[in-house]
Design a protein around this ligand. Structure first.
Ligand code: TYM
Length: 347
């Protein structure tokens, strides 16, 4: 987690995306997102912007990870609805089924078979020390199911089944990515070179803080800005944002470098320095800066919201895109499984 005083948006983008892997195979992008029902600003600034960009640079595969979601969501109807909403959100934000493959994880059940096989090269201790596992245990102490522990192995399977080389994610996924790489190495050591080690690809905003200004923006924390929601909700969420806690009176000079609202202005307009200066000199108040941010976020995402609503009104279109995506991936997934089964002595 980023400390409240750190600048959430100034961390450098890490890891160049390789054009080819060592073997000369083409680079392939893969990423996954949970069907949490809403797309929030952290998803977009931290990851989805890179999904959209990378679909023009690489063969790109994007997955709505409903198997993963089962570790926390136990209502079938809710999960189905959220999966559709997430698909509509991703398409609305710029994923283009002609330039990338979008599918639902459970439509390619080879992921779970591979996860089982990878579990046999993964020491339990690696999983027990994963920070997100510890967080989830604290978040849902009455539901510490086995899926929470093995979650990162399934994530590794998602990536390696397509031999992906780069994985656009936010910083919160860095530990999972590192674990994926360790699992890949463990498999390659035991059974011979099979999978490339995938690199994380970060955006300019690898950690987006939530409206509380302290914790990472996350649906489970309840501190999100829901970018495709109705404008009134977005406005309420932005107006509830915690700014610089030391700026008590309107006339107090502010510290834009620690103010989450000021930092987010970087992504919505080219007058970021002016906005910073206004806060620092108390020329502008926090309320003005928030109102401006809300207006800009609403305006920026208005076309995407329109596309989102249009897609949600045509669920068959969404289902068609997802089915086509899963079908397109069948040969690749099955080829990897054939190779892996043969190496492990299963055929
Ligand atoms: P998930 O669904 O929590 O998040 C989806 C993507 O959004 C990024 N993100 C953020 N980035 C910056 N700031 C934030 N506040 C923020 N909140 C979310 C996440 O980093 C992520 O990139 N375990 C994954 C899903 C997954 C996956 C995979 C990812 C399953 N298999 C294989 C990559 C590769 C997850 O729960 O993401």
């Amino acid at each position: 987690m980023t400390s409240p005083t750190s600048n959430p948006t100034s961390e450098p983008a890490a890891n160049a995306s390789p054009a080819t892997v060592a073997s000369g195979a083409p680079a392939r992008t893969f990423s996954g997102i949970q069907p949490s029902g809403i797309v929030h600003l952290g998803n977009d600034l931290g990851a989805i912007r890179n999904y959209v960009r990378l679909q023009d640079e690489y063969e790109a595969i994007y997955c709505i990870v409903d198997y993963h979601a089962l570790t926390s969501t136990h209502d079938g109807d809710v999960l189905r609805t959220r999966t559709r909403e997430m698909a509509a959100g991703l398409l609305a934000l710029g994923l283009d089924p002609d330039r990338c493959t979008l599918f639902v994880q459970s439509h390619r059940p080879e992921h779970t078979e591979l996860a089982w096989l990878l579990m046999t090269v993964t020491p339990v201790s690696w999983l027990e020390r994963t920070p997100t596992y510890k967080e989830k245990v604290a978040q849902q102490p009455d539901d510490v199911n086995h899926g929470l522990l093995t979650y990162p192995v399934l994530q590794a399977a998602d990536i390696v089944i397509y031999k992906a080389t780069n994985v656009p994610v936010g910083k919160d996924q860095a530990a999972h990515l590192e674990l994926s790489r360790e699992i890949t190495r463990a498999f390659n050591r035991r059974y011979g070179d099979t999978f490339p080690e995938a690199q994380a690809v970060f955006t300019e905003a690898p950690v987006v803080l939530g409206t509380d200004g302290v914790r990472k923006m996350s649906k489970s924390v309840g501190n999100t800005i829901d970018i495709l929601a109705e404008p009134d909700l977005i406005r309420r969420q932005v107006m509830s944002m915690v700014t610089d806690t030391l700026r008590i009176r309107r006339t107090d000079p502010g510290r834009p470098e620690v103010c989450n609202v000021c930092q987010l202005h970087r992504f919505f307009g080219d007058d970021y320095l002016e906005i910073q200066d206004g806060e620092r000199t108390a020329r502008t108040g926090c309320v003005d800066t928030k109102k401006l941010l809300a207006d800009r976020i609403i305006r920026h995402y208005a076309p995407a919201r329109e596309r989102y609503l249009e897609l949600m009104a045509h669920p068959a279109e969404i289902e068609g895109i997802l089915e086509t995506g899963a079908d397109r991936l069948r040969p690749m997934a099955q080829a990897t499984m054939d190779e892996v089964r043969a190496k492990m002595g299963l055929r």
